[in-house]
Design a protein around this ligand. Structure first.
Ligand code: NAD
Length: 493
């Protein structure tokens, strides 16, 4: 079993309190790594190192082009290590190797893209309305960034947050989820190999309320970027407000996937299945509410059942596995509780609805792919995020009704629509209150496409050019070109 260390100021170091905790492989249900249990002292050490490196170290003295080159090199180094990192992710969170390998092979794009952006962050010359004045704007890094990540895609979130932050010239301290810290600790060594200066990329690990809370309250942190639940997100927001820190939040969802009667039903069925069952439903963008036009509800539900029944549940490392284990015992219990709640509320269970068992299943926690029909949008199963392989089917008659039900949620992360009607394909996305809308596809993401939520799903955007602005301050510079002294010093020029 590997014992990890924190990564602070370019070195692996023991946690101040000398304590470690086990990381559990969700497939086997066994401990496989020892993770440092960080505390306030470690958070403080990392914040101090990051501030020193960012404001006084080589990072601030390098040209933008040179910083960009180092970041692009990091992309190359990650590409060379994609397989190894993907395996670590699977050991920690139980997601399918096929999916994590896809994520890790795609991960370098963020470093290449944002590395390419560094020397294009130009300021502007303002044609100012004052005589004898020269005025321009410039962009500066906001300061040291604390990046707190969730357990479902740890290194994808590192790419989303840190590539944009480093492009802006910031230093980062990543606090991964206590359930999945190993991959981020391994990643740290790659930043050194690529030439990222010591102190610019740091990793502290441990429990949210122990070290995460210390990090977000630390006066040396200027910006918090957080991915996790809306409950924790609102606590983070509250703490940040006390010291007026900048905040970006990527939170949960209850995304509608809307299938109209004119859709290509085979494509829609495949999209709905991957929307909810990929990643065992442990995805912020899970299409957990299927809104289907009543005229095709029975036919379409039949197709879904056929596809869902073919899913192979088992070892996430095997290429033919479709559904892996649930990542944590807490999450496993939560999913089973929601299944009971849905049954008690009167939703009809079409498929699954209990723990999965069978030959490919080890000691870990597995849930059968589950489909509920006759769901009302007012039921808890349709309103609260389950974060598991549980689909709720809700019928509708008209486009207006579909839009109304889709928007009747506190969340606004993503939505899907399936239609062949061109007018509808343009009209409906405008009406949906969600940060991302997919038409005749689902779950697509890209380093160049902004991602983020409306309402309870978050604040700010990651990926795409806009993401770097989340880590920048704009400075306005005024220069007088006047030769004379103001005649009246008491009146503004
Ligand atoms: P979580 O809120 O429990 O934890 C997220 C992070 O916050 C972890 O690193 C945790 O240690 C830390 N944390 C917990 N309590 C804290 C505290 N008091 N102070 C500071 N930090 C604290 O979330 P999770 O269970 O890891 O992730 C699942 C959630 O994340 C789901 O709601 C999911 O929808 C959401 N998510 C959102 C996105 C997105 O991009 N919008 C992506 C993935 C997951």
């Amino acid at each position: 079993m590997k014992t990890y260390q924190l990564y602070i100021d370019g070195r692996y170091v023991d946690p101040a309190q000398g304590e470690w905790f086990d990381s559990i492989d969700p497939y086997r249900g066994e401990a496989w790594a020892k993770i440092p249990r960080g505390s306030a002292a470690d958070a403080d050490r990392a914040v101090k190192a990051a501030n020193k490196a960012m404001w006084r170290g080589p990072w601030s003295k390098m040209t933008a082009s040179a910083r960009g080159k180092v970041m692009r090199k990091l992309g190359d180094v990650v590409a060379a290590n994609a397989e190894r990192l993907a395996e670590i992710e699977v050991r920690d969170n139980g997601k399918l190797m096929a999916e994590m390998l896809g994520q890790l092979r795609y991960h370098p794009e963020w470093w290449w893209y944002f590395g390419g952006l560094v020397d294009k962050l130009e300021g502007g010359l303002v044609p100012i309305d004052k005589a004898e004045t020269f005025a321009y704007t410039m962009h500066e890094p906001v300061g040291v960034v604390a990046a707190l990540t969730a357990w479902n895609s740890p290194l994808l979130f590192v790419a989303w947050k840190c590539a944009a932050a480093l492009a802006a010239g910031c230093a980062v301290i990543v606090k991964p989820s206590e359930f999945t810290s190993a991959s981020t600790l391994e990643f740290a060594a790659l930043t050194k190999e690529a030439g990222i200066p010591d102190g610019i990329f740091n990793v502290v690990t441990g429990f949210g309320p122990e070290i995460g809370s210390e990090l977000i309250a630390h006066p040396g942190v200027a910006k918090i970027t957080f991915t996790g639940s809306d409950t924790t997100g609102s606590k983070v927001y509250e703490t940040a407000a006390r010291s007026l820190k900048r905040v970006s939040l990527e939170l949960g969802g209850k995304s509608p996937n809307i299938v109209f009667e004119d859709a290509d039903l085979s494509a829609a069925a495949a999209g709905v299945i991957s929307g909810i069952f990929a990643a065992t439903g442990q995805s912020c963008i899970a299409g957990s509410r299927l809104l289907v036009q009543n005229s095709i509800k029975d036919k379409f539900s039949g197709r879904l059942l056929e596809l869902a029944r073919s899913a192979k549940v088992g070892d996430p490392m095997q290429p033919d596995t479709n559904i892996g284990p649930v990542a944590t015992p807490v999450q496993y219990k939560k999913i089973l509780d929601y299944i009971d709640i849905a049954k008690a509320e009167g939703a009809r269970c079409l498929l699954g609805g209990k723990p999965a068992s069978g030959p490919g299943i080890k000691g870990g926690q597995f849930v059968e792919p589950t489909i509920f029909i006759d769901v009302e949008n007012s039921m808890r199963i349709a309103r609260e995020e389950v974060f598991g392989p549980v689909l709720s089917i809700i019928g509708f008659d008209t486009e207006e009704e579909a839009v109304r039900i889709a928007n009747d949620t506190i969340y606004g992360l993503a939505a899907g629509i399936w239609t062949k009607d061109l007018g509808r394909a343009v009209r409906v996305p405008k009406l949906l209150r969600a940060g991302t809308v997919w038409v005749n596809t689902y779950r697509a993401i890209s380093y160049m496409m902004p991602f983020g939520g409306m309402k309870y799903s978050g604040v700010g955007r990651e990926s795409g050019i806009d993401a770097v602005r989340e880590y920048l301050e704009t400075k306005s510079v005024w220069i007088s070109t006047a030769k004379d002294v103001p005649a009246n010093p008491f009146v503004m020029r």
